[in-house]
Ligand binder design. Structure first.
Ligand code: THU
Length: 141
């Protein structure tokens, strides 16, 4: 599974986003270390607050199926009807970064796509430096 394939899976996931309020559709494709892929789209709600980002949809699907080891995630997002060449990079929100930190180390890779730059990548350490993670709760008990 290369990053191009993972991005194309994220585009497929985006097709199924449920976004009647923002009309901003996001798709995510989460790759486990064993090579399995879990897809997620954002799922909005009339009460707004209960809405869930694409990245967390993918993580929660995977974790609830027993997965714990992850290699990378691809994320694509743009308003409904946007042509591929007009996509901007869609980096995960702060809440999703924190969810990633729960299950992933600093080298976990995040890919996104923009029409201008194509695929760009960074690590979780770059997206969430000085993270508060599970390690903080390991001592002092
Ligand atoms: N959203 C995601 O699904 N992932 C992101 O990385 C950024 C934002 C969703 C939340 C909401 O449904 C819509 O995009 C607009 O914020």
């Amino acid at each position: 599974m290369n990053e191009k394939e993972l991005i194309s899976q994220a585009f497929a996931a985006r097709e199924r986003a449920y976004t009647p309020y923002s009309h901003f559709q996001v798709g995510a494709a989460l790759l486990t270390r064993e090579g399995k892929i879990y897809l997620g789209g954002n799922i909005e709600n009339a009460a707004y607050g209960p809405s869930n980002c694409a990245e967390r949809t993918a993580f929660f699907k995977a974790v609830s199926e027993g997965e714990r080891q992850f290699a990378a995630i691809a994320v694509v997002g743009a308003p409904e009807g946007t042509k591929k060449e007009l996509f901007s990079a869609c980096w995960p929100c702060g809440v999703c970064r924190q969810v990633m930190r729960e299950f992933c180390g600093p080298d976990f890779k995040i890919f996104t796509f923009s029409g201008k730059e194509g695929i760009t990548a960074c690590t979780l350490a770059e997206l969430l430096p000085h993270a508060f993670g599970p390690q903080m709760l390991e001592n002092g008990r």
